[in-house]
Design a protein around this ligand. Structure first.
Ligand SMILES: NC(=O)c1ccc[n+]([C@@H]2O[C@H](COP(=O)([O-])OP(=O)(O)OC[C@H]3O[C@@H](n4cnc5c(N)ncnc54)[C@H](OP(=O)(O)O)[C@@H]3O)[C@@H](O)[C@H]2O)c1
Length: 182
């Protein structure tokens, strides 16, 4: 199973903003919690800029596969050691030169029956063609951005439910939509 996971707001033109200045221009703690619950124990695949934008690298208890043409990324050496016999999924970092290579590395990683592509824009646009599932958090906010989510073609993707809006502890309204490939 290959899933894409992202959160999107909208700009004044209605475009689905996912980032601005290599950061996410809102903060929804509940969405971080959901991201962690969905992806922990499974490999995550991301572009180099998304990797560099993470406040703490690598994401723990997951294999972090970073796509770059550079052959290496900052922070690779900070991977904590994993005690022998530990039952916690290991934290690992792998570097790939393409989406195809990244997905192959992810499939061989612990929990690789499920891989989560976690951005950014170019990766979402490329990976949506091979994905089985989309986990999209809609954020009820108008913001200016420079990075956008891919279009979700209703001929290809069906929402699994129509959830209600929730108000975050941070005051922003949001809702989670799961789309399944038709
Ligand atoms: N809202 C959300 O859910 C969410 C999620 C993730 C990210 N974001 C935001 O998105 C922005 C970052 O996204 P981005 O689109 O600018 O950058 P990105 O996709 O994270 O990284 C771009 C870099 O990744 C490498 N890359 C990506 N796709 C590749 C491919 N198919 N083949 C080879 N290399 C590839 C290249 O690295 P090299 O230049 O090293 O070759 C490229 O320059 C930030 O603002 C971040 O906060 C938001």
């Amino acid at each position: 199973m290959i899933g894409l996971i992202w959160a999107q707001a909208r700009d004044a033109a209605g475009r689905p903003v996912i980032g601005a200045d290599n950061a996410i221009p809102w903060r929804i703690p509940e969405d971080f919690g959901r991201f962690k619950a969905i992806t922990s124990g499974h490999p995550v695949v991301m572009g180099r800029l998304t990797w560099e934008s993470l406040p703490k690298r690598p994401l723990p208890r997951r294999t972090n596969v970073v796509i770059t043409s550079l052959g290496a990324v900052i922070g690779m050496a900070t991977v904590p050691t994993h005690g022998e016999g530990s039952t916690t999924p290991p934290t690992m970092v792998e570097v790939a030169g393409s989406l195809q290579e990244a997905l192959a590395l992810a499939a061989d990683a612990p929990g690789g029956d499920e891989t989560w592509v976690m951005g950014g824009a170019r990766l979402y646009a490329e990976a949506i063609d091979v994905a089985d599932r989309l986990e999209v958090t809609e954020v009820d906010l108008e913001v200016e951005g420079d990075t956008f989510a891919p279009p979700i073609d209703p001929e290809t993707w069906q929402p699994a439910s129509t959830p209600d809006w929730t108000t975050s502890a941070s005051g922003v309204r949001f809702r989670h939509l799961t789309y399944l490939h038709l």
